[in-house]
Ligand binder design. Structure first.
Ligand code: GDP
Length: 199
């Protein structure tokens, strides 16, 4: 599936621009700079499919990608969050968009929440996990940039993150540990994605 056709469909700055809920969907969420674009590109084996979002406030949109032709499922790339300099108005807008999307999107099978292996779960991440719990959207935590930390530190961080995940009712307790740079854990992520759209 990931070596077949995958293409950018559209950006939705507001809910009325969402694509028709005709196929299962999965979403990717994470703080700005967590490595979300790189991971989506590694997952789909395409450079530049998902674009990096280094400018605060610029990617306040849900970006959709079609997988398969005929269409099998969609990937939603959610706008990054947690930008220190983001104006309160931007944060508020982000919250409304994400909350409405999570609560209203019946085709959404699972969200993958990306956590930087160096930083672990921050308050803004907890906020998102709470939103997912409340919307009853199942999610799975994906550690990114695993190549940036030594294996003992990674194991310790993974333990902490897993302990936090266990407190959240909608979280799948098993972490995925990845590095887009070293193409680590990408095959497991692909399996996890397929598993969530097929069930
Ligand atoms: P986004 O803002 O979440 O979409 O993050 P990007 O994918 O743009 O990545 C942010 C920065 O982290 C970029 O400089 C990437 O090159 C770097 N990066 C992303 N993934 C990895 C990884 O697995 N390992 C390393 N070492 N760097 C990464």
């Amino acid at each position: 599936i990931f070596s077949g056709p995958i293409s950018f469909l559209k950006s939705a700055p507001q809910l009325q621009f969402l694509p028709d809920p005709s196929v299962p969907e999965i979403a990717f969420a994470g703080r700005s700079n967590v490595g979300k674009s790189s991971l989506i590109n590694a997952l789909t084996n395409r450079n530049g499919l998902a674009r990096t979002s280094n400018t605060p406030g610029r990617t306040q949109e849900l970006n959709f990608f079609d997988v398969g032709d005929p269409l099998i499922f969609r990937i939603c790339d959610m706008p990054g969050y947690g930008f220190a300099k983001a104006p309160p108005k931007t944060v508020k807008k982000w919250r409304y968009l994400i909350n409405d999307y999570l609560r209203g999107r019946q085709v959404l099978q699972r969200t993958f929440v990306l956590i930087d292996s160096r930083h672990g779960i921050k308050d803004t991440d907890k906020d998102v996990l709470d939103m997912l719990d409340k919307a009853a959207v199942s999610y799975r935590i994906v550690m990114t940039k695993a190549d940036k930390v030594k294996s003992d530190a990674l194991a310790k961080m993974a333990e902490q993150v897993e302990a936090e995940a266990r407190k959240h009712p909608a979280a799948h307790p098993e972490l995925l540990i990845t590095s887009s740079e070293k193409k680590q854990g990408i095959e497991d992520l692909r399996l996890a994605v397929l598993e969530s759209v097929q069930s």
